[in-house]
Design a protein around this ligand. Structure first.
Ligand code: AMP
Length: 283
C-alpha cells in the first residue's frame, strides 16, 4: 500500500500532534526526492530509532545557486512513493511551495563557521537555503530526531550547528554513505551521467581511499593531494573544484591527518559530463 502524501502543513500538524500526545518519538528524513538506496538507508535508520517516521520531499529552490541545476534536478514523486511503501513510513510530506515560502517570506537562516568553506565557498547562498528550509522542516514536523547522510558531511555539520544555535529540540543523526559496487556514492545527480560517465565516476572513490590511507600513514597533504587531483582528471573528470583535507569536527583545513583524537576527512567536488559530484571519506 502506498503511503498518503501530505501537501499542507495543517494536515501534517494534525498527525504530529496525535503522535506527540501519545508520547511517540517522531523521526524525519528530509530529502529532495529521486530516492535511491542512500535515502532509503536513512529511512531504515529512522524506522529503527523512532515510533513514527516522516519523509519529506521538497526540491528547495533557495539552495540552488545555479538555475540550470534546479531545472534539471530529477522529480520522481510517484516512483518515490512506491519505493517508500515497503518501509512502513507514517507520512510523506511533499509541501506545496507556499507551505515553505508563503507570500512575503523574508527570513533567512545563515550559519557561519562550518558553512564557510568548500560547498559554502563554491555555491554562494547554498547553505543559507539548506539551513532555512531544514529549520522550517524541523519546526513543521516537530520531530525528535532527524537523519542525514554523511555523503553531504558538511551539510550534516551545518544542520547540527543550526539546530543547536536555534534551540530546536531535535537530535541530528549522521548515517554512513551508501555506495555503488564501484564505490561511487549514490546520488540523484548520477542519473544525469551516461553509462561511460558512471564508470569514470566510479574511479573517484578508490583514488580518495588510497589518498586517505597515505595520509593516515603520516603523509603530507600538499604533494599527495596534488597527485590525487591529477589522478581524478586522468580518470576522465573535467575539473576538480576542490580536494581538501579538513578536521571532521570543525572543517578547518589540515596539512596532515591529526591522529585518532583529531579525526580528519577528505572532501572532493569534481565535474564530469556537466554534472557536479561530491564525496568525502574518513582518514
Ligand atoms: P538529497 O535528496 O540529495 O538532498 O539528500 C537527502 C538526504 O539523503 C541527505 O541527508 C543526504 O546526505 C542523504 N544522502 C544522499 N545520498 C546518500 C548516500 N549515497 N548515502 C547516504 N545518504 C545519502
Amino acid at each position: 500500500m502506498t503511503v498518503p502524501i501530505i501537501r499542507r502543513l495543517a494536515a501534517l500538524r494534525a498527525k504530529q500532534s496525535d503522535w506527540t500526545r501519545a508520547g511517540e518519538k517522531v523521526g524525519v528524513v528530509p530529502t529532495m526526492g529521486a530516492l535511491h538506496a542512500g535515502h532509503l538507508s536513512l529511512v531504515e535508520a529512522a524506522k529503527a530509532a523512532c515510533d513514527r517516521v516522516v519523509v519529506t520531499i521538497f526540491v528547495n529552490p533557495k539552495q540552488f545557486n545555479n538555475p540550470e541545476d534546479l531545472a534539471n534536478y530529477p522529480r520522481t514523486e510517484h516512483e518515490d512513493a512506491i519505493k517508500l511503501a515497503p518501509y512502513g513510513v507514517d507520512a510523506i510530506y511533499v509541501p506545496d511551495p507556499d507551505q515553505i515560502y508563503p507570500d512575503g517570506f523574508a527570513s533567512n537562516v545563515a550559519v557561519a563557521g562550518v558553512a564557510d568553506q568548500m560547498e559554502g565557498a563554491c555555491r554562494p547562498g547554498h547553505f543559507d537555503g539548506v539551513a532555512t528550509v531544514v529549520a522550517k522542516l524541523f519546526l513543521q514536523t516537530g520531530a525528535h530526531q532527524a537523519f542525514f547522510g554523511e555523503k553531504d558531511y558538511q551539510q550534516l555539520l551545518v544542520v547540527r550547528r543550526m539546530a543547536r544555535d536555534l534551540d530546536i529540540p531535535i537530535e541530528v543523526v549522521g548515517c554512513p554513505t551508501v555506495r555503488e559496487a564501484s564505490g561511487l556514492a549514490m546520488s540523484s545527480r548520477n542519473l544525469r551521467l551516461s553509462a561511460a560517465g558512471v564508470k569514470q565516476a566510479g574511479m573517484m572513490h578508490p583514488i580518495l581511499t588510497s589518498l586517505a590511507a597515505e595520509l593516515a600513514a603520516g603523509g603530507s597533504f600538499a604533494p599527495l593531494g596534488k597527485q590525487a587531483e591529477a589522478d581524478i582528471l586522468a580518470a576522465g573528470f573535467d575539473e576538480v573544484e576542490y580536494l581538501s583535507l579538513c578536521s571532521a569536527v570543525d572543517l578547518r583545513a589540515l596539512e596532515t591527518a591529526g591522529g585518532p583524537d583529531h579525526p580528519a576527512r577528505l572532501f572532493v567536488a569534481a565535474w564530469l559530463e556537466g554534472v557536479r559530484l561530491i564525496d568525502n571519506v574518513a582518514v
